[in-house]
Design a protein around this ligand. Structure first.
Ligand SMILES: CC/C=C\CCC/C=C/C(=O)SCCNC(=O)CCNC(=O)[C@H](O)C(C)(C)COP(=O)(O)OP(=O)(O)OC[C@H]1O[C@@H](n2cnc3c(N)ncnc32)[C@H](O)[C@@H]1OP(=O)(O)O
Length: 374
């Protein structure tokens, strides 16, 4: 089945995926504070996922603003919040960044989370920041199921105007992501490869061109597609553990990183370093990755998430519209190259991956991975 959009991806998940979205699988605390209200409030004109114009800066935790239940039209007090939010930060985040006076208490229920099988999303309403944790055991390979669930979660965040930034991380310290799932590219038919590649393209385009601030909290190894995932972000914080590696190592599998993987890498570390890294399939230690600019900061393992959060708060201080336009200016030419030849890129992938020689290489690589353990 050909997949064109995220809605098509959702349809692919059928009952399960849409059920997840409808019921949200909201944690009980979050349900109390967020989505539960949204559902209950819909009849009264209270929107959760798509606040109406003028309401979007008001979150349920705004210490001087209204709650979601009370908002139908902004009051004059509310308007003060809207006025202050000239930089498009959610009101509560704005207050916090302006050194909140100590007498203001934030409710403990300022978070809401949802999860499906392979992705956990934890949204801190007071900051306007979501954390996405990938949990696809054993190695967070980017299977079709994971990509589909990730895209659905991502779309939810994109539609939530209060979400200004996303931190990408792994639920399993030691492995950020093992990259594309080799089993999705082995022994399947052309229709499957087509479907898979569309999902990979879609994920890259969505993340690379997101208006939200995206920060990768790389808490483990990140080869190939895992590295690409990290490369879509605006800033990369990596755990300073010499056992971890990161890089586009496709040639080691006997395959070739597509041009848009290459472009994303070149935009990050430059042409010469990319040429070597891609041809040799280099996997860099954190220290090497920092040196060539593949990652932006190394921190001890237990500081990866908190550092990502503090970097996020710095990025969110920049007026959002200016930052977004700048990001688009920097990235659109690269994304457009894929958008212009999406179908050709799919055909190329399907033809390439279906070749006997390539299938053999992938099988041998998988076998070597297994034998390494024995
Ligand atoms: C024209 C364009 C054409 C093609 C473009 C395609 C672009 C491709 C991009 C990719 O991302 S390809 C994938 C590249 N990934 C890798 O090379 C990573 C391989 N994995 C590892 O190096 C390690 O597994 C690890 C991630 C460092 C983790 O090591 P650890 O020792 O913790 O785990 P172990 O190796 O024992 O693996 C456990 C289990 O998982 C299987 N596995 C690992 N990686 C993948 C994967 N990417 N896809 C599917 N399965 C994977 C591994 O075989 C083990 O399985 P087993 O338990 O059944 O033995």
């Amino acid at each position: 089945m050909a997949l064109r959009t995220v809605s098509a991806l959702k349809r692919r998940l059928g009952g399960a995926g849409l059920g997840l979205l409808r019921s949200g699988q909201i944690s009980s605390a979050a349900g109390r504070s967020g989505a539960g209200r949204a559902r209950a409030g819909r009849g009264r004109g209270v929107a959760w996922t798509r606040p109406r114009l003028g309401e979007e800066q008001l979150g349920p935790t705004c210490p001087v603003g209204p709650t979601w239940e009370s908002v139908s039209r902004p009051s004059s007090t509310d308007r003060k919040c809207l006025g202050r939010a000239g930089n498009f930060l959610p009101c509560a985040a704005q207050h916090r960044l302006e050194k909140t006076p100590s007498y203001i208490d934030y409710p403990a229920t300022a978070r809401r989370s949802f999860s499906n099988h392979r992705v956990i999303v934890d949204m801190d309403q007071s900051l306007g920041v979501a954390t996405i944790k990938i949990k696809n055991p054993p190695v967070n390979s980017l299977s079709l199921e994971l990509l589909t669930e990730f895209l659905i979660g991502w779309e939810k965040l994109e539609n939530d105007k209060s979400c200004k930034g996303v931190i990408l991380t792994s639920n399993y310290p030691k492995i950020f992501s093992a990259g594309l799932d080799i089993l999705e590219m082995c022994g399947k038919n052309a229709a499957h490869y087509t479907e898979y590649w569309k999902a990979v393209q879609e994920l890259w385009l969505k993340l690379y061109m997101s208006n939200m601030v995206v920060i990768a909290a790389i808490n483990g190894s990140s080869p190939a597609g895992g590295c690409l995932l990290a490369l879509t972000s605006d800033y990369r914080v990596m755990a300073d553990n010499p056992k971890y590696t990161i890089g586009l190592n496709e040639t080691l599998l006997g395959i070739v990183a597509p041009f848009w993987f290459k472009d994303n890498l070149v935009n990050t570390i430059g042409n010469r370093a990319s040429e070597q890294a891609l041809q040799l399939g280099l996997l860099f230690s954190p220290a090497e990755a920092l040196k060539i600019g593949l990652v932006d900061q190394l921190v001890p393992e237990d500081k990866v998430q908190s550092t990502a959060l503090s970097v996020m708060s710095q990025w969110l201080k920049i007026p959002d519209h200016a930052r977004q336009l700048t990001k688009t200016m920097m990235r659109k030419p690269t994304a457009d190259l894929l958008l212009k030849q999406r179908e050709a890129d799919i055909d190329n992938f399907v033809r390439f991956i279906s070749r006997d020689g390539i299938q053999k290489s992938l099988h041998m690589y998988l076998k070597a991975l297994k034998e390494r353990k024995e």
